[in-house]
Design a protein around this ligand. Structure first.
Ligand SMILES: Nc1ncnc2c1ncn2[C@@H]1O[C@H](COP(=O)(O)OP(=O)(O)OP(=O)(O)O)[C@@H](O)[C@H]1O
Ligand SMILES: [Mg+2]
Length: 327
């Protein structure tokens, strides 16, 4: 048997028809392929179409056009088989907060026809994984935001899915809790071989976690690849110099330096005689000393100098023309 991809989508589109208002073309032809055991992140700003895309991939929403398959099963004509292979955790909390953690997980297992013994065993394993053993018999309303997220994660895993789909798994969590969730997600892949598809609007999350990232904007994938490849394709590091003196003359000199790819002059902040230069430099760290040497031979007085590595944020900016804010 040939091994099929964990997920495949081709030209997926979604138009929301709304009564009275204009139809919303939320997803405009998304194609992607996710391999088994891969961690794939869909990264994009609010309203980009992330939740809509994964809702179609997980059979919760019918596509307007295009097709998608999960483990080879079509999401429209073979929805029941698809559901057997996936677990989903939602962006909005769907847990009934009056229930205890144990009741919520047990209920979910019953919904999927798991036997009592199976449910108990699975629960033991999962609450240990997400470190909720001690809180299991408390009502969910007494949980912190991080604990609720972890319970959601356990719920998504109750049915032992091959693929876990996480919509904004760390939205609204503090840094400590976010890092913990990242740790569980990695463990799921590394120790259990689960394929993970997650959405996020946090660039650092995509960079830290994903084997591959699909950057989505206005319902379209605008760039896709391994984070480090996308970043490397951005080219040089940027050295930013703030200083006073003959900056234009210095810029001319720098443009002739072999490892300098480009120099941009920017207005300074505050006093008029200060200015800024953005210097594109291959391997900025290595060439910093050389740059300082050249600058000190000019009459420019350095106020500050820093090397900025490109990030997924710069990749996003390059493809969309605007900044994706990490809020
Ligand atoms: N049920 C709906 N009816 C009409 N429009 C909708 C509906 N759901 C979403 N939209 C619109 O579709 C677009 C994509 O929404 P979606 O929720 O998929 O984006 P998202 O990337 O998940 O955003 P967020 O980061 O805020 O979660 C948005 O313009 C949104 O307002
Ligand atoms: Mg969303």
């Amino acid at each position: 048997m040939t091994s099929v991809a964990a997920m495949q989508a081709e030209g997926l589109e979604k138009v929301y028809e709304s009564k009275g208002g204009e139809p919303v073309h939320a997803v405009r032809g998304v194609s992607l392929e996710i391999q088994r055991g891969e961690i794939y992140a869909i990264l994009g700003p609010n309203g980009a179409g992330k939740t809509t895309t994964i809702s179609m991939l997980t059979t919760l929403l019918l596509p307007t056009a295009g097709r998608a398959a999960i483990m080879g099963y079509d999401v429209v004509s073979q929805a029941a088989q698809v559901r057997r292979h996936i677990g989903v955790t939602f962006q909005e909390m769907v847990l009934d907060e009056e229930l205890t953690g144990r009741q919520a997980l047990d209920f979910h297992g019953r919904l999927y026809g798991m036997s009592k013994a199976e449910r108990a065993e699975r629960m033991r394993d999962l609450v240990e994984l997400v470190e909720l053993t001690d809180a299991l018999d408390r009502p969910i309303k007494s949980y912190s935001g991080g604990m609720k997220r972890r319970l959601e994660l356990a719920r998504g895993l109750m049915t032992s899915p091959d693929i876990l789909v996480l919509d904004e798994p760390t939205q609204g969590l503090d840094p400590q809790n976010r890092v913990n969730i990242w740790r569980y997600i990695r463990a799921l892949r590394d120790e259990r071989g689960i394929t993970l598809l997650l959405t996020t609007h946090y660039m650092d999350e995509a960079e830290a976690l994903a084997d591959r990232v699909g950057i989505i904007d206005h319902g379209q994938v605008v760039a896709e690849g391994r984070p480090r490849d996308l970043i490397a394709a951005m080219g040089a590091d940027v050295v930013e110099l703030t200083g006073s003196g003959e900056l234009a003359k210095l810029a001319e000199i720098l443009r002739d330096v072999a490892y300098v790819s480009n120099v941009e002059s920017l207005p300074g902040e505050g006093e008029s005689e200060t200015g800024r230069l953005q210097i594109g430099v291959d391997h900025g760290d290595e060439h910093l000393a050389g740059l300082v040497q050249i600058i000190s031979e000019s009459d420019v007085v350095i106020r500050s100098l820093r090397v900025a590595k490109p990030s997924l944020g710069d990749v996003f900016m390059a493809y969309t023309g605007y900044q994706l804010r990490d809020e």
